[in-house]
Design a protein around this ligand. Sequence first.
Ligand code: XUL
Length: 532
Amino acid sequence: MEPKLFLGLDASTQGLKCTLIDEALQIVYECALNFDRDLPQFKTQGGAHVGSDGLTVTSPAAMWVAALDLLLEQMKADGAPLASICTISGSGQQHGSVWLRYGAAERMAQLDASQPLGAQLGDIFAIADSPIWMDSSTGPQCQAREAALGGAQATATLTGSRAYERFTGNQIAKVYEQQPDNYAATERICLVSSFMASLLKGGYAPIDVSDGSGMNLMDIRTQTWSSQALACTAPDLESKLGPIVASHTEIGGLHPYFVSRYGFSPQARLIAWSGDNPNSLAGLRLQEPGDVAISMGTSYTVFGFLREAQPSATEGHIFVNPVDPEAFMAMVCYKNGALVRDRIRDAVAEGSWSTFSALVAESPVGNDGNIGFYIHDPEITPPLRTTGIRRFNAAGEAVPVFSPATECRAVVEGQCLSMRLHGANIGFAPKRILATGGASVDQEMLRVLSNVFGVPVFVAEKSDSASLGAAYRAMHGWHCAVGGRFVAFGEALGDESGLVCAMRPDAAAHRCYSEMITRYAQLEKKLLAADL
Ligand code: XUL
């Protein structure tokens, strides 16, 4: 019998990747290209162009078109079994917008398989340079839209997040204000995700509700465009955005271009694409309420599955859940993550992780009441502009230094307490934590994490989960389409998550942290009050 394969693509900021899996969830093929290296004609750095104001950040939309051909050529040359692929889905960097002029859908429908995509679609854009998530030039639009929607909390309650500069609605408001002719020439505004899906479909693909939650335009409860949010953005916006669909929706077949040129099956179907963070949730199999992942890279991200949403004006984002349209996902981002730990390791632990861990282990749970805040860069969670290190003793008095052992433990405990405090504020009640990223190899970090939250900590082998998650969602969408009903993600993929428990909590230590968190919150409040 022919194997059934499922393809996930990931259009990240830096490049385009693919992961091909079989029904047993085994990866049968992977490849990746890098925009800077493999498409040098677009002259990007890290896949982007930074404007002269230092705030405007864009990517050339034509680069994504060229990248799709290049990646598929590579797959074909490698002999990847393209004819066995049942469904294709994908991830896009979130928030970026692709501006298609009137007639673009017809052009995408009339592809000639003897020509590359780039040669045929180079001029379908009303705006050649797509604003992306790294852009922070829309401060005035954020203020105006929040004011129109009744303030930051009202904006969060409606759309899942307060107005963020990178969120698409604020970007659209800026385009309308500054480039009214290009706005008027636009027939469809896609996200990066729905644009890539449109190329494969040969016509406009809908935005999915999960990536759509990153726009400050969708009502996260009704999962439809909010007329109030559209009205304070730009005119005629609803028709330019098109429909919005649940993430597991089958959105049509693959255009014959891809069948003739690359040898895909004419039966291959497309499942709605989503954002990279939603797909990471799928890739890490966070599929039950209480499943929370903590990605500990340069900066930290806490994200997970929520049944009930508690949108907050200060704490992160609520998105509709990409694997269960009746649920939500939340995401809290920190600026000061592993980089801060690195600095303290260099300052007091001779630059050595084993010395750092030994120092953490040497100091007692709860650090004798000492608490530190290590803010190297202005922090997002909580929003703190003042940088520097603030140390407090058990009496809550500011102190200038800690001993090396107290210092190392204070960084680790402070980071974990902050994640528990702010995670809870947006509705997280973790039952288990999945740790990924560089710092997740540190046993002391995992121990403190497990004790602070009072739950077991698991470690994921792959932190780079967006394209794998897209492949899982391709398989999920296929099961839903074949079954003619919504099939639970866990049922579609099988219940074996393959995760290994790395740390279990100690009850006494957890009690200690549950008391300490009140003091931590009070001290943090003081810092926020003093923040200029
Ligand atoms: C999420 C965000 C980034 C991009 C990166 O809100 O802006 O994580 O999705 O690709």
